[in-house]
Ligand binder design. Structure first.
Ligand code: ZN
Length: 247
């Protein structure tokens, strides 16, 4: 059994300042995610936070990460551009995949990898119904046709992402808004998944369906075995005639 090396990066600021968030995620959002991923014998999960040395992601951690999960909100701007570029290149080269959760829609790496501003509309916390649009997809395995989150932050279209390669979930909110809440993107040789639930003041990471989606997404995101070397520059090709190819 191949081990999947997962690193969960969390800004880890709300949990230190806001008693309401502490109550829901006493050890941090990243630790909560680690807890439910840790039950999978094929996953080796590490935690990283913005205030750790090297913003939690020194080269040796990045180089040994198959799947990077990202949660950030208040401090997107503090993430160094150099680190963002390292993440983006690793995704493009198919060495590491990127899973963006909730407010990571505005994180520097998500925007850099996808190439749009990631803007969306938002509003008060309310009831959300997550609808499964693509039940055959690995990320939707074990998820019913819909599930309810009694309290989640309203995120709404228009969501400025590129047209997703696969749209797996769409959400309805009590105020009448809709949101493409689970989508995949293939970038270069790599994979990206965005999943919308996970506001810091809502208990969505304790929801068993949210946990299953994230667990499924980690398995889907394992970088594919690519049968050649993916380069970060275009190799020079000498022009050949059809006859030469056929030789
Ligand atoms: Zn939020």
């Amino acid at each position: 059994m191949k081990t999947i090396n997962v690193t969960i990066w969390n800004e880890f600021r709300h949990e230190k300042r806001n008693p309401k968030v502490q109550e829901i995620y006493p050890e941090g959002i990243h630790a909560c995610i680690k807890k439910f991923l840790d039950v999978n014998e094929d996953m080796k999960v590490r935690l990283a936070a913005l205030d750790d040395p090297d913003q939690g992601l020194p080269d040796e951690v990045l180089d040994s990460t198959d799947v990077l999960i990202w949660w950030g909100h208040l401090a997107h701007r503090e993430v160094s551009d150099e680190l963002v570029e390292k993440i983006r290149q690793r995704v493009y080269l198919g060495k590491m995949s990127f899973i963006a959760l909730h407010s990571a829609h505005h994180s520097k790496p998500f925007r850099a990898i996808l190439g749009t501003n990631g803007n969306l509309s938002w509003g008060r916390d309310q009831k959300e119904i997550v609808w499964t649009l693509l039940p055959a997809h690995e990320i939707a395995a074990g998820i019913p046709d819909h599930f309810i989150l009694p309290l989640e932050e309203l995120y709404s279209e228009p969501f400025y992402i590129p047209q997703p390669d696969e749209l797996i979930f769409c959400s309805w909110f009590e105020d009448g808004h809709v949101m493409r809440s689970g989508a995949t993107f293939y970038r270069g040789a790599g994979k990206v998944f965005y999943f919308q639930p996970g506001h810091e003041e809502c208990p969505s990471f304790h929801n068993p369906y949210v946990q299953r989606v994230i667990t499924n997404a980690v398995r889907w995101a394992v970088p594919n075995e690519i049968g050649y070397t993916v380069k970060d520059e275009c190799p020079h090709i000498t022009w050949k005639t059809t006859d030469e190819f056929n030789q």
